[in-house]
Ligand binder design. Structure first.
Ligand code: F0G
Length: 357
């Protein structure tokens, strides 16, 4: 029986891998593209969700990490390093340990989701909590990689972008062409850049006929690209994209221009409302940062930017189980309290409002 071979083997002809590349894979990629009828109904568009939470460590980072760690090992690296808001650290830790090398991860202290912190520790990373924000962590990781024997696996490493572009190949393969619009969360803007590159290569090869308009979204409290200047103390519930000075800023601006794209900002309440719509109406549970794709679509459709019948793909980047607390939060504040019942059929039927058939 066929088993998906991971993105380096599946797309060997589209990536810089050779016989000499030791392929470090956990079977990433090949994620589902799910038709989302509830979102199509709400917007009048034809909406699909690329569920990247289905990757081995629960986020899209695995596509780039298989490439970055494989190339690092090919080049003789014994240790990789990254700064992270959580998902990159989980992925780097898993791929490094699978390859038998060490992962050093720098995370902003107290600012990453528990699930992600747990993953990095479970996968045996050397995890340091830096008393600063993500941007401070990235500055330090770059400095260490430039001056010490540790290989940088943040998305400033082009191998990461190369691996991540494979998601666009998968979308085109399933739809038979590129979509009209692609909605995606933006932190460092590496993934926005990667999809644009993937779609561009598909069009250049004549596999697709067009580029989608790339619509990227930042959280309102953390929206440097939208504002046009770095944000010193970025803040949002979407901890994955709490980034004030995106590493791929210039590449993202070029990608927006090439695709007639858009960058927008979404406030936290709308992010959480969109997370709820996706989980309760579509059946896909994502972390808050990922839900910004949904919020962005709802906002832009309402504004009249997305013509009826447009084919729309939303990338949702990370699994909801990484940061589940938000699902239990009530919109006005407070926590959902699941109803407690005794071991009694009649009483439970009563609570459920069921009457005997
Ligand atoms: N969504 C999730 C769930 C993420 O973890 C990230 C980035 C993004 C979106 C944004 O992607 O940076 O390529 O624009 N997380 C990084 C990390 C910063 O360290 O895990 P981007």
């Amino acid at each position: 029986a066929h088993q998906w071979q991971g993105v380096l083997r599946e797309y060997a002809d589209r990536l810089d891998v050779s016989e000499a590349t030791p392929i470090v894979t956990l079977g990433e990629g090949g994620t589902p593209l799910i038709p989302a009828a509830a979102l199509s109904r709400r917007t009048g568009a034809d909406v699909y969700v690329k569920f990247e939470g289905m990757n081995p460590t629960g986020s899209f980072k695995d596509r780039g990490m298989t490439m970055a760690v494989s190339k690092a090992v090919e080049q003789g690296a014994k240790a990789v390093i990254c700064a992270s808001t959580g998902n990159t650290s989980a992925s780097a830790a898993a791929y490094a340990t699978h390859a038998g090398i060490k992962a050093v991860v720098l995370v902003p202290e107290g600012k990453i989701a528990m699930g992600k912190l747990s993953q990095a520790i479970a996968h045996n990373a050397e995890l340091l909590q830096v008393r600063g924000n993500f941007d401070d962590c990235l500055d330090i990781a770059r400095d260490l990689a430039a001056n010490y024997p540790v290989h940088l696996v943040n998305s400033v490493n082009n191998d990461r972008i190369e691996g991540q572009k494979t998601a666009a190949f998968e979308v085109v393969e399933v739809l038979g062409d590129a979509p009209d619009f692609h909605f995606i969360p933006v932190g460092n803007a590496g993934n926005y850049t990667a999809y644009t590159r993937g779609y561009t290569e598909e069009a250049e090869r004549g596999i697709s006929t067009k580029l989608p308009r790339m619509f990227g979204f930042q959280a309102a409290g953390s929206a440097p690209i939208v504002l046009g200047h770095p944000v010193k103390d970025p803040d949002t519930v979407a901890s994955a994209i709490r980034i004030g000075n995106p590493a791929s800023w210039e590449l993202a601006i070029a990608a927006r221009e090439a695709t007639n794209g858009y960058f927008g900002a979404i406030d936290d309440e709308k992010i959480l409302a969109a997370q709820r719509i996706l989980s309760a109406e579509v059946g896909i549970f994502v972390e808050p940062a990922s839900a910004i794709s949904v919020a962005g679509l709802l906002e832009r459709a309402e504004a009249g930017d997305v013509p009826a019948g447009s084919r729309v793909v939303l990338t949702v980047t990370g699994h909801g189980l990484k940061d589940p607390q938000w699902a239990l939060r009530l919109p006005g504040g407070g926590e959902v309290q699941p109803t407690s019942v005794p071991v009694d059929v009649a009483e439970i039927a009563d609570v459920l409002g069921l009457s005997r058939a």
